[in-house]
Design a protein around this ligand. Sequence first.
Ligand code: HAM
Length: 427
Amino acid sequence: MTFQAPKGVPEYLPPRSAAFLAVRAAFAGAATAAGYSYIEVPVFEDTELFARGVGESTDVVTKEMYTFADRGGRSVTLRPEFTASVLRATLEHGLHTGQLPVKLWTAGPAFRYERPQAGRYRQLQQFDLEAIGTEDPAVDAETVAIAWAGYQALGLTRVRLLLNTLGCRQCRPAYRAALQDFLRGLDLDAPTRERAEVNPLRVLDDKRPEVRAQVENAPLITDHLCASCKAHHDRVRSLLEDLGVPWEDTPRLVRGLDYYSRTTYEFDHPLLGAQSAIGGGGRYDGLSEDIGGPPLPGIGFAVGVDRIMLALEAEGLLAETPARVAVYGVPMGEEAARRLFAVVNELRRAGVAADMAFDGKGLKGAMKGAARSGAAYALILGERDLAAGAVQVKNLASGEQTAVPLAEIIPTLQERLAGAAMPAPGA
Ligand code: HAM
């Protein structure tokens, strides 16, 4: 009997997995540069945290959660996202009683029982960033700029930023009522009419052409904002302008989670088809209270690492086979293997990625291994070289080969490699 990975769960194998790590690293780098610290949160939580946090009327909570009773009879749920957990941990450990905002990032798998298709998975990988305890619109712009920097660092050029605001507890109720009034006058099927009663904004997001056509003239939130929401939104936009981050005003942008207020945004990649959202976020100024905490505003985003991988592929940015190492040892005979093993280890300690042929492979097989590794140099060590205390250094691109005294091999390689930097994984 053989086994397969569960349905809807992408796996990342070498050489592609190097790019997976590079995606995470790009966003982690941008977050770290802005003073965000790493937080590790649980993969599962009390089901009630997500029910209250993400929202009882969302698809995520009603249809997509991996919920089960543990052996102690507690209802637990595999995290469908990170925001509720990060805020729960912040409150539980009192991080919000110190310097504000609390700036955190995390990354890893989240779980949603969705119908799998290209770019939509049941185990999905996110990079998530949260700034908790601030209402400053500059922090809204900061989160957007960090995500933007992450995409840029990866070389993506087709990313679009869709920006909206959802108003606040003051102005949204009136907008919601106006939208409901409008929707009640339309010819909608029963489930959609029901949705209009529970979560009218979601109807604006309906992809069916017959619904789209009808909601074309629906009232827009941007015409119903209170003065402070309008000022907040204008400020976010002017700050983004200062930073040179281009956006598209998208007054119909609706997010799939219930906790949002004011600034909301999504990053879209036009080459990805139906699942084109490669990131999204926004403010969640009421979430802390929803999960039993004090009033504590916050904003953040998560990007979909799986979809960014697809976007990199679509833009032709994934190297076919990124180099695993810079140097590869090719020993001829047992004594040479022993000597090279130590040299390779020393290279690694000196910060030069190195590997070598094992299993007593012959010259041909070992050189094949060297080529596959992507190394810039092969170190070929035979009996005669050993006797002479030297090693043959072969430049695998040019084929040029020179003998270098074994005692000088580390600095020699460091020097030669400094001239030709290793390509970044996934670059
Ligand atoms: P979200 O929009 O649900 O937001 O997810 C963020 C990103 O995760 C999406 O834009 C998409 O790239 C990726 N994603 C979501 N579901 C799937 C899936 N089934 N398969 C593949 N990728 C997927 C959140 O999760 C919020 N917690 C973001 C946030 C943080 N808001 C404030 N702070």
